[in-house]
Ligand binder design. Structure first.
Ligand code: MG
Length: 219
């Protein structure tokens, strides 16, 4: 009998496409920024990109949309995010995987996106998840082993009882394994090989269903 109690999914690049985020970071924020300063959008975008790079991805603020809106003195981030709601897209196999695996296990999201993003990104599928964790908004942490520890503590499970899947090699594969969680690396581009590498959520679903004991809980 499998000891897996929880399956943990990364959000962007795993269950939802990066399209929404890409538009917010590289279109919506530059547009607001350029408008406010009376410069062209392309010029605004270049300045913004320099600011992002200067901050670097190793700081939690990099992921925090509220921080950037404050930093650039831009108006109402909520209205701006909401205007891009149309760009929230699931991967084609997402829903089926969640429905199928939720028959056998609790499902959670463990993401480096901020809560502001997750509320929108996950709105079509929120009901499948027992809990949604944002390392940035909940703990002011990057996606580190420490974050995964806290996730396990909150859920009241051992790391060995959780399987995580995501599309970032360090944050989704190496970090959870550091504390004894099992992890799968989702490589949609087919660049890496190895036994813990899958190409789609469907492939992951099939592996998990076999391990969980068959048909996903149907009679
Ligand atoms: Mg991701």
């Amino acid at each position: 009998m499998s000891k897996v109690k929880v399956i943990s999914f990364d959000a962007e690049g795993t269950v939802v496409t990066p399209q929404f985020s890409t538009l917010i970071w590289y279109e919506a924020i530059p547009l607001q920024y350029a408008r406010q300063r009376g410069i062209g959008v392309d010029e605004g975008r270049e300045e913004i990109k320099r600011e992002y790079s200067a901050m670097g991805m190793q700081r939690v603020e990099w992921y925090d949309v509220r921080y950037w809106f404050e930093q650039f003195s831009l108006p109402d981030y909520k209205t701006v995010l909401d205007a891009y709601r149309h760009a929230v897209n699931l991967y084609p196999e997402t829903e089926e995987t969640l429905v199928s695996l939720s028959r056998s296990c609790s499902l959670v999201v463990t993401s480096a996106s901020s809560r502001d993003f997750l509320d929108l990104l996950l709105s079509p599928i929120r009901g499948h998840f027992r809990h949604v964790f944002s390392c940035i908004s909940d703990y002011r942490l990057l996606k580190t082993a420490d974050f995964y520890h806290r996730v396990c503590d909150t859920l009241g499970v051992c790391p060995e009882e959780v399987v995580h899947i995501g599309d970032n090699w360090n944050g989704d594969y190496l970090a959870p394994r550091e504390i004894g969680m099992r992890a799968f690396y989702l490589d949609r581009n087919g660049e890496r090989g190895g036994e813990d590498v899958v190409r789609s959520l469907t492939e992951f679903q099939q592996i998990m269903l076999t391990e969980l004991g068959g048909n996903g809980g149907s009679p």
